[in-house]
Design a protein around this ligand. Structure first.
Ligand SMILES: [Zn+2]
Length: 311
């Protein structure tokens, strides 16, 4: 039973936004894509997919499930009205911490640092200053040139500088240093007021509750959007339980809940933990059309919106 699970992140009117360099689906392209989906697919609900995964229901041949990651305000302002007008359900996977605590996720900080400063060389220069300062303060860091040799490399998507900044802030530097440097760069290039920025970037609890009451579906996306496979079992369980508590706060029913693994990161322990807690469906970032007969219900692949026609 083939199921096209489409994965979206930002959906916004880029031309009129303060950060036109953000990698987003534009509103026009999103509308075009909904038209395409309407002509070629039948949009199914989270409940239908859960029932089909248990073998209780058959999905239509051209089934399509719309999923939106990271709890952006875009989803309330731009996506929700368009789906509601078509009578379609979207499934939204929001991390709890940014919404409850007004924190901007590091992954989002990196997006906006790169979007705010078009000259990546200037960001690299500031990064170098920060790393050298941290070394002087006694952080256990390698010499700067080592990092450049390892992470300043060619790839088909980004320039060497942009890739270097991403890799350094995602995994190159030790976690404590990485978080602090990310905060410094964000304050310098984007905004000194993280809480205000978060309130413009993410949904509020009330907006999410409104969407739930109006027939949209929500699933878990971790409490603090961590690479679950990098945590031990206890830390994974704690993160999953806190994200379930958050779903309860949004008014999401506890039975047949679903999870989208942040960064697509999960392992055997994660699958066991969510299974024990009655999770019906788990979404990954593996790129493929899902097949409910072949793929495990807790390890479903998806298709990024960029691979679907937008007209
Ligand atoms: Zn995410």
């Amino acid at each position: 039973m083939a199921l096209t699970i489409v994965m979206y992140h930002y959906v916004r009117d880029l031309g009129r936004s303060r950060y036109p360099a953000i990698k987003a689906r534009t509103l026009e392209a999103f509308k075009g894509q909904l038209d395409y989906i309407g002509r070629n697919h039948e949009v199914v609900t989270m409940k239908q997919v859960a029932a089909a995964a248990r073998g209780e229901e058959r999905l239509p041949d051209n089934a399509c499930w719309l999923t939106f990651d990271d709890g952006y305000l875009d989803h309330y302002l731009n996506v929700f009205p368009l789906l509601e007008a078509r009578g379609w359900e979207g499934s939204f996977f929001a991390p709890a911490q940014p919404i409850l605590e007004g924190r901007v996720l590091d992954v989002n900080k990196i997006h906006f640092i790169l979007a705010a400063e078009p000259d990546a060389g200037r960001i690299v220069e500031e990064l170098r200053r920060q790393v050298e300062r941290a070394r002087e303060d006694g952080a256990d860091l390698r010499p700067w040139d080592d990092y450049v040799a390892e992470y300043m490399t060619q790839c088909h998507l980004d320039t060497p500088e942009v890739l270097f900044i991403k890799l350094m802030l995602q995994k190159g530097l030790p976690e404590a240093v990485r978080n602090r440097v990310c905060d410094e760069l964000f304050a310098r290039f984007v905004s000194a007021d993280e809480v205000a920025f978060a309130s413009e970037l993410y949904l509020s609890v009330d907006q999410a509750r409104t969407m739930v009451r109006s027939g949209m579906a929500f699933g878990g996306h971790g409490y603090s959007h961590q690479w679950l496979a990098s945590l031990d079992g206890e830390a994974q369980a704690r993160d999953i339980d806190r994200s379930l508590e958050f779903l309860g706060q949004l008014g999401v029913p506890a039975e047949d809940w679903t999870i989208c693994y942040p960064y697509g990161s999960y392992d055997r322990t994660t699958v066991e933990l969510v299974r024990e807690r009655g999770c019906a469906l788990g979404l990954t970032t593996r790129e493929a059309v899902a097949d409910l007969g072949r793929d495990g219900a807790l390890e479903l692949p998806r298709v990024d919106t960029i691979f679907l026609p937008a007209a």
